[in-house]
Design a protein around this ligand. Structure first.
Ligand code: FES
Length: 121
């Protein structure tokens, strides 16, 4: 099982291939935001990679990062567009606490949405 290490929180074993956004909630048990429900629209599911940033990226993630001017930020990725298929170390930089939002957003589906079309970063 891949290891997920969240800065200042701990290290967790995650089921192979689980969506990162859901692993942050279920395994790391943090209040990760995902306002659009995991559909590559809101960017509130963003995380900052320290190590193990995936080389592949969905077309949807690439487009929304570019549109929001976030594509050049080192290590910044959308957790709803990433599968846990290797060890990762990251900072959880977008959480419900302190956000002023009423809730974290609708639970993202188990599979990547919209259906993943893979490209590279
Ligand atoms: S972009 Fe909205 S939850 Fe990922």
């Amino acid at each position: 099982m891949p290891k997920l290490s969240v800065d200042g929180v701990g290290e967790f074993e995650v089921p192979q291939g689980k969506r990162l956004v859901n692993a942050l909630e279920d395994e790391a048990k943090i209040d990760q935001l995902h306002a659009c429900g995991g559909n590559a629209r809101c960017t509130t599911c963003r995380v900052e990679f320290i190590a193990g940033e995936p080389g592949k990226m969905t077309e949807a993630e690439k487009q929304v990062l570019a549109a929001r001017g976030l594509a050049q930020q080192p290590g910044l990725r959308l957790s709803c567009q990433i599968l846990c298929d290797h060890d990762m170390q990251l900072k959880a930089i977008s959480r419900l606490t302190g956000s002023g939002r009423a809730d974290a957003g609708k639970r993202p589906a188990d599979e990547i949405t919209p259906p993943a079309v893979w490209t590279t970063k």
